[in-house]
Design a protein around this ligand. Structure first.
Ligand code: ADP
Ligand code: MG
Length: 327
């Protein structure tokens, strides 16, 4: 059973950045406004994330890392949207199958924090001969999670990930996306003090440079009939760099959509010189029932219902903006 669990976990957590993304989303779900991340060896030696969210109650600590444990399905209707976030209650469980996990957490109404260690979904003692029960300790309200020695039990996977600077780059990419998306809400995700309380544009400037930020057009549009809200910033026709930046969020989650990316690139093709590429940051809100994120477990490649219509509508919004700004 342990082997099967490890293989299943490896499908969800393929590399350190997948684990970090799950942990970061959990912190945001817990209402955190300050999140600090520490990485060693591209996340393979250590992934640590500390948040000031609502914490985990002591009595829930024994089960949080079990498969399908989630506090996020409140009503039956929510079950119909289950695919929206994918893997309900599977992220923490998966991480404990491929790393040594420690959780230190405190809720606002508790006098102290509690710390517990996990392996293969279960509480484990920190060392032989002591209790596995959560131990009281000092701490602020919020949660600190460490995942150490990622893929210690999967040598082939570990070997494939030995380029730690590549893994670090992928983690930074995830963190940067969320820093931009959560800007202006007091979030301090990147542990860079200058990002705190900054606007979306400030964070784009910080991460992608002021020359990028100065060439952006704001998008803000409700597309009627499709129940679609589009917001974001996209580069204008003067912006021509060699590498495309495509940051996509759907219902507050960073996702990928190759089909949408292609459509937007083709819209830009008529505005930009050949061989140059746009900067695109888009946040979409749509009915959860219309999205399926489970096409590819780790890349978060999404598919939508009414996909052609939705993609065409977004292409039109950008085309309009580019055409309007040109004159
Ligand atoms: P999901 O996010 O789909 O519910 P996870 O495996 O990612 O599943 O997390 C399991 C549960 O653990 C969450 O539903 C939540 O109750 C709790 N949890 C995880 N991380 C945090 C955190 N940083 N702060 C508070 N609660 C958390
Ligand atoms: Mg989660």
């Amino acid at each position: 059973e342990a082997v099967i669990n490890r293989i299943a976990a490896g499908e969800i957590i393929r590399r350190p950045s997948n684990a970090l993304k799950e942990l970061l989303e959990n912190s945001l779900d817990a209402g955190a406004t300050n999140i600090q991340i520490l990485i060693k060896d591209g996340g393979l030696k250590l992934l640590q994330i500390q948040d000031n969210g609502h914490g985990i109650r002591k009595e829930d600590m024994a089960i949080v890392c079990e498969r399908f444990t989630t506090s996020k399905i409140e009503t039956f209707e929510d079950l119909s949207c289950i695919s929206t976030y994918g893997f309900r209650g599977e992220a923490l469980a998966s991480i404990t199958h491929v790393a040594h996990v420690t959780i230190t957490t405190k809720t606002a109404d508790s006098n102290c924090a509690y710390r517990a260690h996990y392996a293969d979904s279960k509480l484990v003692p920190p060392k032989p001969g002591v209790s596995a029960e959560p131990k009281p300790c000092a701490g602020n309200t919020g949660t600190l999670i460490t995942a150490e020695d990622l893929f210690y039990n999967a040598p082939t996977r570990r070997e494939a990930l030995k380029n730690t600077s590549e893994e670090y780059k992928r983690i930074l990419d995830v963190v940067n996306r969320y820093a931009i998306y959560n800007a202006g809400q007091g979030s301090n995700i990147a542990d860079v003090s200058t990002l705190a309380n900054a606007s979306t544009l400030d964070n784009i400037r910080q991460i992608y440079g002021s020359s990028t930020a100065s060439e952006l057009l704001e998008l803000k549009k409700d597309v009627e009939g499709l129940d679609l809200k589009v917001k974001g910033y996209v580069s204008n026709a003067n912006y021509n760099v060699k590498k495309i930046v495509f940051l996509l969020f759907i219902n507050h989650r960073a996702v990928e959509s190759l089909a949408l990316k292609k459509t937007i690139e083709s819209v830009y093709a008529t505005f930009l010189p050949k061989g140059t590429h746009p900067f695109i940051y888009i946040g979409l809100e749509m009915k959860p029932q219309n999205i399926d994120v489970n096409v590819h477990t780790t890349k978060r490649e999404v598919r939508f219902l009414y996909e052609d219509e939705i993609i065409a509508a977004i292409g039109d919004v950008i085309h309009e903006r580019l055409a309007g700004a040109d004159t």
